[in-house]
Design a protein around this ligand. Structure first.
Ligand SMILES: [Zn+2]
Length: 255
């Protein structure tokens, strides 16, 4: 591969970073579908490969993740090799993520909300934020790039906006993305993970049946949609305040 100019890099407008394959499908898959429908380029970076999962091998989950990506209409999806169940906010991991940020150069990064039942999810919120910061430093410590980006000189890049997908968290969202037209497509993307969600005997006590997954995920989306006066929605938290030009164009009815 020869050196390429920055304009030739695969670029993403929106990059979702998550601990586990299928996290994105559950928390912001509808949002990625909506952004893709608007003509924006979307991407997913999973940090682990799912080797600690009760069901399915890492290889199976890799194939399922690619199929789910196709169903979500994302332009790019890869998984790093962080240990499943032991994701840490370490410099080595920040560098790995920063390489991807410099490659894809997203304007918006979606991270998991910082308080979570699963320690990996909480870790990714801090790890992802610090990787976004590191990626913008001209003199960031960088290990030798590998594979796809080996021959490329990647210049610093810092995303403009970081938002936190808060569906797993019991927290009031800053805003909702209306996913009403995309709810079935999102469900189809989640169902690409046959090893996780198809009805089967292994792990039956731990996993809920497929029809319950549908009922639960649709009910969650309905709940968040109702908060914003739409049918189905996905919740996000942003740390910054909002900025408004015209009060008469503010969405979501008050009374
Ligand atoms: Zn997860």
């Amino acid at each position: 591969m020869t050196a390429a100019s920055e304009s030739e890099f695969p670029a993403a407008d929106v990059l979702a970073i998550a601990a586990h394959r299928d996290d994105v499908e559950q928390t912001c898959g509808g949002t990625l579908l909506r952004m893709a429908a608007r003509g924006l380029r979307t991407a997913i970076l999973d940090l682990t490969q799912g080797e600690a999962g009760t069901r399915g091998s890492a290889e199976e989950r890799a194939q399922e993740a690619q199929e789910a990506a196709r169903r979500l209409g994302v332009s790019w999806r890869q998984a790093l090799d962080l240990p499943d169940g032991a994701v840490e906010n370490a410099l080595e991991n920040r560098i790995k993520i920063a390489r991807v940020l410099r490659l894809l150069r997203p304007r918006v990064v979606i991270l998991p909300y910082w308080q979570a039942r699963h320690p990996d999810h909480a870790a990714v919120a801090a790890l992802g934020y610090e990787a976004c910061f590191l990626s913008g430093l001209a003199k960031a410590p960088t290990a030798q790039p590998e594979g796809e980006i080996a021959d490329r000189e990647l210049s610093p890049h810092r995303p403009f906006k970081i938002v936190y997908a808060s569906l797993y968290a019991d927290v009031r969202p800053s805003f909702i993305v209306d996913i009403s037209p995309f709810i079935e497509q999102r469900h189809n993307a989640l169902m690409a993970y046959r090893s996780q969600y198809a009805n089967q005997a292994a792990g039956g006590a731990l996993f809920v049946p497929e029809e319950e997954i549908r009922e639960r995920t649709f009910a969650e989306a309905r709940h968040y949609g109702l908060l914003a006066g739409v049918r189905y929605g996905e919740p996000f938290v942003q740390k910054e305040v909002g900025l408004v030009d015209d009060l008469t164009l503010l969405p979501v009815q008050s009374i």
